[in-house]
Design a protein around this ligand. Structure first.
Ligand SMILES: Nc1ncnc2c1ncn2[C@@H]1O[C@H](COP(=O)(O)OP(=O)(O)OP(=O)(O)O)[C@@H](O)[C@H]1O
Length: 433
């Protein structure tokens, strides 16, 4: 028995070593990256000298390698971003290598040659993804495995909602609306904005059903958010600009009433006052509220809408208001300036141009995302990460709303009554502070 185990392992080891030797043991890509940079014109001529991108550090992680470079004078991060596809194709255009870590998956009691052949076949079809970043040094991350193109929905806790899987160790990332109240979303058509909005809503319905209040504006003809029309958490839902104005005004009035309440209590914000309720104003296709793009008759309505959106973005955070705006036409001022300035988190799916990417993220990059639905860049004040957002099915939506369905129109009537009633103190739920 012992002899059998020993011989199997020894012969397996010999076969693996011979195979690896033939294909080449994995090394890092630093030399190759530097060559690609110089061949693609990133070096700078300075008289007789040629200034090149200098490797400062390289480090191996579980997910791949990270390289840090000093870029030469006369080059910007943007110059490197425009070469992202050249770098990615260059890195993948080479002999595939088997790593020692790949061998861990082999069953040494089975047919080793057959398994190695299968491993090799997988390697040939596998390609690495790279990500560029800049923090004074150019950072290039080369990921051994691409992000999955489908990720299952996981609900968040409290006011956190799922954002998706990141490349680093495939960890799941959440967005905390208590830390970053407003969120701007962008992306070309069919890349996953509405799906993402659905994931926010169903996560909130699961985690905070008694405290979440929804003001929904669906200007895509009502196809995206109509599922939530008759749940108790939906205060108001709008499908047309005029209705959007009414919904925004209702949210604004509520915001003002909370502001007055806080003033009376001498508290600075809802957290301090122990108010549990949060108010989510979610607008799918905010571009439809852009006055400069509209016919004369609707201009005034849209200007009013912009005014309310800006006020909610500017004053709402401490009063428990959270704004989520999405657009598929990221041009110019499509996202109101105040909303954009107050949205410390931005999520951008693939867009058609660097200009569109800049409108959403304030920087380029989303135009270079792969053509994968649900793939996006999450940009916060100091961090930029690529994520694969979770896919939400209509079954999941149905299941999440089922416990909360009520008679049509009941919510808004109750709400207006509450706002109109002077001196009432019980329309927000307080906890002990
Ligand atoms: N995270 C995801 N993972 C996988 N597939 C997705 C994901 N998000 C969306 N999809 C697929 O893409 C399709 C379009 O998504 P969605 O309706 O969210 O796009 P959109 O950006 O809102 O488009 P539009 O602006 O045209 O309405 C979905 O029906 C779904 O099949």
């Amino acid at each position: 028995m012992l002899f059998e185990i020993l011989t199997t392992s020894i012969f397996g080891g010999i076969a693996a070593t011979a195979f690896i030797k033939k294909q080449g043991i994995a090394t890092n890509d630093s030399g190759k990256i530097q060559r690609i940079m110089s061949l693609s014109g990133l070096n700078v001529k300075d008289g007789k000298d040629t200034l090149s991108t200098q490797l400062i550090t390289k480090k191996q992680y579980e997910w791949g390698w990270e390289y840090k470079y000093r870029i030469p004078l006369g080059r910007s991060f943007k110059d490197y971003l425009t070469k992202l596809d050249v770098l990615e194709d260059g890195i993948n255009n080479r002999r595939k290598r088997i790593r020692f870590s790949d061998l861990k998956s082999l069953d040494w009691d089975g047919n080793i040659i057959l398994q190695l052949k299968e491993l090799w076949r997988k390697k040939l079809t596998e390609s690495k993804e790279i990500e560029l970043d800049y923090n004074g040094l150019l950072i290039i991350r080369v990921y051994d495995k691409p992000l999955p193109s489908k990720v299952l929905f996981i609900k968040g806790e409290n006011w956190e909602v799922p954002v998706g899987i990141t490349r680093k160790y495939n960890t799941f990332k959440f967005h905390d609306f208590e830390k970053i109240p407003h969120l701007a979303l962008g992306g070309a058509t069919r890349y996953g904005k509405s799906n993402f909005i659905n994931s926010i809503i169903i996560s909130l319905l699961n985690s905070k059903p008694n405290y979440v209040n929804l003001f929904l504006i669906d200007l895509k003809g009502g196809v995206e958010l109509c599922d939530y029309e008759n749940i108790k958490q939906t205060v108001s839902i709008a499908y047309e600009p005029q209705e959007a104005l009414e919904t925004l005004k209702l949210a604004y009035d509520k915001m003002r009433s909370i502001q007055m309440k806080l003033k009376k209590l001498g508290k600075k914000n809802v957290q301090e006052a122990g108010i549990e309720e949060r108010y989510f104003v979610i607008i799918d296709e905010v571009g439809e509220l852009n006055p400069s793009e509209s016919v004369k008759a609707e201009k005034d309505i849209k200007y009013e809408c912009q005014k309310y959106m800006s006020q909610i973005a500017r004053l709402g955070a401490g009063l428990g208001f959270r704004l989520v705006v999405a657009t598929q036409y990221p041009t110019g001022d499509v996202i109101p300036r105040q909303v954009k300035q107050n949205s410390d988190a931005k999520l951008c799916f693939r867009v058609q141009s660097g200009v569109a990417s800049r409108v959403v993220l304030d920087s380029e990059g989303a135009e270079m995302l792969p053509e994968i639905k649900g793939r996006a860049i999450l940009q916060s004040a100091d961090k930029r990460e690529i994520v694969q957002t979770p896919l939400v099915t209509s079954g999941m939506i149905k299941e999440s709303i089922a416990p909360f369905v009520i008679k049509k129109g009941v919510q808004i009537d109750d709400y207006k009554e509450e706002i109109n009633e002077q001196g009432r103190t019980d329309f927000a739920t307080f906890r002990e502070v």
